[in-house]
Design a protein around this ligand. Sequence first.
Ligand code: ZN
Length: 140
Amino acid sequence: MQDMPFSDSSFQKHLDQGRLMGCRCNSCQELYTPPRPLCPTCRLSRMEWVAMSGKGRLCAFTAITVPPPALKQEGFSRDNPYAVGVVELAEGTRVVARLLGLELSDPDSVALGQPMEVVFIKGGPDGSGDTVLGFQPAAE
Ligand SMILES: [Zn+2]
């Protein structure tokens, strides 16, 4: 695993295998999710893969009522929106992810800061597409 490049495609491969991975700079210890090959803080490329806990808190979300074609095929529409948002991981980094289990018909019921846990969503209408990073409300 350590010799996979620190790229979006490696991040996707990990997701496909049910792992949320980030990388840590061995020079300044900064963490990144998704991974990046070069540390923007110290401009070195001494990265190593780290498994993230998959726990976090909801930072921001939006309901999308006009889905792209692939999600339209999965049944999302104006009447059945899906949610995308930002989750701050327990490790301190932030990821953009699909959000499940939020009451989108009543956005005021969705509490920012609520605990979330990772879920690996099988993409495509028949579940054979790329795995999509998702989060759902977690038990406290
Ligand atoms: Zn660094």
